[in-house]
Design a protein around this ligand. Structure first.
Ligand code: PRP
Length: 183
């Protein structure tokens, strides 16, 4: 679905489907150049990264490997605890591999901070991050993200993989959810 079809549930459209696809093509050209002659493993972080992974991987004009991880925050009971639990681990042994983690969004940065440390301990040849969206003003830790799609303000955004109560992931655009939907 497009934002216009559920306009009553949204306030602003931050990034359109067309802008996302153009940006992913641009990032794909950069990644192709940066990894020329090297095998590349894309690791998607479920579930939010499903859309960006599907479109970005298909934008690449070369074969790549793909794997998935599912993680969730726990500990103090809030996402901001920074403690992460693996719900589904990689199927691949990443030692010696060039890994590109694919994320839909970097919010506080805590998930990626933990993942980067976890991956480093597995002996990857290199580890970089591609994130479609980033909220610079929400950062609790700085993430060295080589490929960023769009910096966005700290708003409740949904779409293109991002959910509210598991809904809106199938929105093609990225938009701000209207307060009456979640208040
Ligand atoms: C989202 C997103 C990132 C993480 C970013 O996942 O996909 O993995 O939050 O937030 P952070 O920078 O503050 O750590 P979420 O936990 O909502 O799960 P989901 O992908 O299954 O929706």
């Amino acid at each position: 679905m497009r934002a216009a079809e559920i306009a009553d549930q949204l306030t602003d459209v931050l990034v359109t489907e067309e802008e996302i696809q153009a940006k992913l093509e641009e990032l794909a050209r950069r990644v192709e150049a940066d990894y020329e002659g090297k095998d590349l493993l894309l690791v998607g972080v479920l579930k939010g990264a499903v859309m960006v992974m599907a479109d970005f991987a298909r934008s690449l004009k070369r074969p790549i490997e793909m794997d998935w991880m599912a993680v969730s925050s726990y500990g103090a009971g809030t996402k901001s605890s920074g403690v992460v639990q693996i719900r589904k681990d990689l199927d691949t042994d990443i030692s010696g591999k060039h890994v590109l983690i694919v994320e839909d969004i970097i919010d506080s940065g805590l998930t990626l901070s933990w993942l980067l440390e976890n991956f480093a301990s597995r002996g990857a040849a290199s580890i970089e991050v591609l994130a479609l969206l980033r909220k610079p003003e929400a950062a609790k830790v700085e993430i060295d993200c080589r490929y960023v799609g769009f910096d966005i303000p700290v708003e409740f955004v949904v779409g293109y993989g991002l959910d509210f109560a598991e809904k809106y992931r199938n929105l093609r655009d990225v938009a701000v959810l209207a307060p009456h939907v979640y208040a």
